[in-house]
Write a protein that binds this ligand. Sequence first.
Ligand SMILES: NC(=O)CC[C@H](N)C(=O)O
Length: 382
Amino acid sequence: MAAKPTACLALADGTVFYGMGFGAPGEVVAELVFNTAMTGYQEIMTDPSYASQIVTFTFPHIGNTGVTPEDDEAPDPVASGIVVRWDPTEPSNWRSTSELTDWMARRGRIGIGGVDTRRLTRAIRQQGAPHVVLAHDPDGNFDIEAMIARARDWQGLVGLDLARGVSCAQSYRWDQGSWEWGAGFGTAPGDKPFKVVALDYGAKRNILRSLVAHGADVTVLPATATAEEVMAHEPEGVFLSNGPGDPAATGEYAVPMIKDLLGRDMPIFGICLGHQMLALALGAKTVKMGHGHHGANHPVRDVETGKVEITSMNHGFAVDSQSLPVGVIETHVSLFDGSNCGIRMQDKPVFSVQHHPEASPGPQDSLYLFKRFTDSMRARRA
Ligand SMILES: NC(=O)CC[C@H](N)C(=O)O
């Protein structure tokens, strides 16, 4: 007889998946998404944009390279849990300092293995990202009805403000574990570091590293910083980070702050949540997608050059391109579904993208966007 299941995933529609639990015991309610990346599970799990989400990996073999602090995108895993096809095996990787399962257990994150992730992914594609409850009990006792009811009652991500909850508490200068300043990317002879204020709505570390590698001296400010607090640092450019939750739910702090910045002569660059909030500040609308985009091979077309870049994606909301006001140009579109992936202001060095040019994990086709930001700060200096 098969071993008694020690984990269980209940969808709000009543579908239940059983499997082997790993990581921490407990129960969590979240939105369930799937990610198609074949590498980078640790970077994905520590991307703060995944707060209140559980990730189903379509790649079956997760955990095989263990974990290392060097690959953390934030101090702790932020995704509420993971769903995998195979139970994680012992890691085989010289960089690994810990097994994925132990690392998750220490940090209170739940995993379920042995799930038919192809069937589950099809369900997510058909019905949109469902609300689910994931439970792990080493004794295998589950109250399925209560789990389904909890999933059904959960409010979901629409209207949920999560960015300020994952932001830093205090401002700090980014000087940790960067590539070298400049690193040959984007800087020109004679350049001195460009003072950049990065608003932290759940920033991934590789974004901050990428900014430094492209010539920035980065000061990170909390999500609720005002435009006055930003300007007090005398920045030459402002960066708006990625982050979790509904962009429209940041209307009390981020959106008005960005609106205020737009009135000043300031290069602005936004990624993902930063892109969505910039669009809102410019007067556009954002919408919730069905199952969203989560992976490392999403084709995006640069509308202005016709060039296609393969990108890293992680978003469940999108900017409604029909709602872009006059003076705001759509620069990038998804070749999967035509959704908006980038905007810029016609007459100001203000631009943003939906995808993740810093990759981690993923291809680096879009790294040129950091150089574009550096170029706009250099032009302002001149
Ligand atoms: N990676 C991100 O910044 C995600 C942005 C937003 N929370 C979304 O899901 O669309």
